[in-house]
Write a protein that binds this ligand. Structure first.
Ligand code: SF4
Length: 71
């Protein structure tokens, strides 16, 4: 994805059966090749991984700053 992938949007190379369409292809990003699934982050299945990902996204949201006059 030339301009990056927004959070929550599936990669355009992800098939409908959740397989990477670039697996084994030289065009597959180096980051994807380097990624190794770990139980701490991926759990035992897709559902657990999505829950953990949502938790991490929530925890990494920037704090909301309210300036005087905005409240
Ligand atoms: S491994 Fe990389 S290229 Fe393949 S579907 Fe996932 S994010 Fe996309």
């Amino acid at each position: 994805m030339p301009n990056g992938k927004p959070a929550g949007v599936a990669c355009v190379h992800l098939s409908s059966n959740m397989r990477c369409l670039l697996f084994g292809d030289a065009r597959r990003p180096d980051l994807c090749d380097a990624f190794g699934a770990e139980r701490e982050f991926c759990g035992d299945n897709r559902e657990q991984a999505l829950v953990r990902l949502a938790q991490l996204e929530q925890q990494s949201l920037p704090d909301i700053v309210v300036f005087e006059g905005d409240a």
